[in-house]
Write a protein that binds this ligand. Structure first.
Ligand code: HEM
Length: 456
């Protein structure tokens, strides 16, 4: 294997390499650029506050990262030859990729919450703090930015349960980027950094083609975010109606995800939950599937086995290392109190954030081929039982001895409220962006959000 260059930590935005704190409070803001020159002046003022991977661990009240949609880069005056060097799917935007992503029916961009998927989303700002008080100063400052209008705000934060809304510990498994300063945890797959950050070799041994000029692409990556509503009451009702007992409810929930709610992997705790294992980062991700080819412990259709089949596909031509996703999600909305089986109408779920060097080969592939189809694992038309587009007709096969179980009539537990494709530049690239001459005849903005078809 070729030598891996050290990552330029002080130029890479922190969220790429660093996890958010377990106890987190945050806000996701989206802006429309009204006046490109004033917007660039505002960004220049924000620059010193942007958190790099080098200063992420320092004591600080908050971390702040900034990304841009294709439309946003064009508004700032990125030259045409640079714009053309971004990938086709980034240029098209998430809404336009609805067929690939399977965003149909309830998930169709026509049903998304404005301004998501519309022409008014140009800049995304993510602010995360360990205490709610840590958010005050940056959020106030973000509200005073000139040249832009705030078009979306979503407050995120660790639910009081410490788990995502369906009740599972999340944010456990993640690839390890070779060349990072820290060490991999047991079971963490080492992946070439160019799979996630431009400017470094990827799994093929050479740096992938990124945006040009180099100053713009280097140390940057694509970011896909999706606001995903969780129908917690429907999940609980389905388990209650399908399971044979309270213990069986927990087993079925684990067979749907591939981990018990505590985070303990079924691969290591096949029969009973093991909360100590679930909470132990030295053990809770240290497993493979080679001893379980039929899925007797972890069904091949379980969410985590679909999203990362690990060594399940070694007999096929699929190189799983090129389809890894780096997740940086966060939960939003109030917790549905324990035991409640009826929906209270509250908006809750997760903001799913993908980071990587290829939207199509990584995020879209996993969404289209592994989550939304079953044929890669011999599961026919079955979709992901947790996040798949199962509108009451979904099935999920649970191999067991002497007879397998099959969950039928799976409803849709997760609905896409909308999302965007962005580019998360390195810090030098951000400086470059703020120094661009203003474009002659910058694309005009629409004062009110409209559907993507109007503008794409
Ligand atoms: C509301 C939506 C979702 C929920 C509630 C959810 C929940 C979870 C949970 C509980 C885990 C196990 C914890 C962990 O291993 O970190 C997990 C793992 C994972 N999820 Fe999701 N997820 C959602 C959407 C997605 C989507 C849309 C994707 C990809 C396009 C995805 C990709 C993954 C991956 C790659 C893993 C790690 C698998 C592994 O390495 O073993 N998830 N998810």
């Amino acid at each position: 294997m070729c030598a891996v260059p050290s990552l330029e930590l002080d130029d890479i935005q922190g969220t790429v390499l660093r996890r958010r704190p377990d106890d987190y409070h945050g806000v996701y803001l989206l802006y429309r650029i009204d006046d490109p020159a004033a917007a660039k002046r505002s960004l220049r003022e924000v620059l010193p506050k942007i958190t790099s991977a080098a200063d992420w661990e320092l004591p600080r009240p908050f971390t702040l990262n900034v990304a841009f949609t294709y439309r946003g880069l064009a508004r700032l005056g990125v030259p045409q030859e640079s714009l053309a060097s971004f990938s086709e799917e980034f240029r098209a935007g998430m809404a336009a990729r609805k067929e690939v992503l399977g965003d149909l029916g309830a998930n169709d961009p026509d049903n998304w919450t404005p301004p998501l998927g519309g022409p008014d989303v140009h800049i995304g700002v993510m602010i995360i703090a360990e205490t709610p008080a840590g958010l005050h100063e940056p959020v106030d400052a973000a509200g005073r930015l000139a040249g832009v209008s705030l078009v979306y705000r979503l407050d995120v934060g660790v639910p009081v349960t410490g788990r995502e809304h369906f009740g599972f510990r999340d944010g456990i498994s993640s690839p390890y980027l070779l060349g990072s300063a820290d060490r991999p945890l047991p079971g963490q797959d080492s992946v070439q950094p160019g799979e996630f950050v431009f400017g470094y070799p990827d799994q093929s041994g050479v740096p992938p083609k990124g945006p040009v000029p180099d100053v713009l692409g280097r140390n940057g990556c694509y970011l896909a975010f999706r606001q995903m509503h969780s129908d917690v009451a429907a999940f609980r009702r389905y388990l209650r109606e399908t399971a044979r007992s309270a213990e069986d409810e927990e087993l079925l929930a684990a067979k749907i995800v591939g981990r018990w709610r505590s985070g303990a992997p079924l691969a290591l705790a096949p029969d009973h939950d093991d909360p100590e294992l679930g909470a132990d980062p030295m053990r809770n991700n240290d497993f493979r599937y080679q001893d379980d080819p039929r899925g007797l412990c972890v069904p091949r259709g379980a969410h985590i086995r679909r999203a990362n089949p690990r060594d399940s596909l070694v007999d096929t031509v699929v190189e799983t290392g090129i389809h890894r996703v780096l997740r940086r999600g966060a939960a939003y909305g109030p917790v549905l109190p324990d035991g409640v089986l009826e929906d209270d109408g509250a908006e809750r779920g997760i903001i799913f954030v993908f980071l990587g060097a290829s939207l199509s080969r990584q995020f879209e592939f996993v969404q289209q081929v592994w989550l939304n189809r079953g044929d890669f694992a011999g599961l026919g038309t079955e979709r992901d039982p947790l996040v798949g587009d199962n509108a009451g007709t979904g099935t999920h096969t649970i191999p067991a001895r002497p007879v397998r179980r099959r969950l039928t009539g799976l409803p849709r537990f997760v609905t896409v409220r909308g999302g965007e494709y962005c580019f998360l530049p390195g810090l030098a690239a951000l400086t470059w962006l703020t120094g661009l001459p203003d474009p002659a005849g910058a694309p005009s903005t629409t004062p009110h959000s409209s559907r993507p078809e109007d503008d794409r």
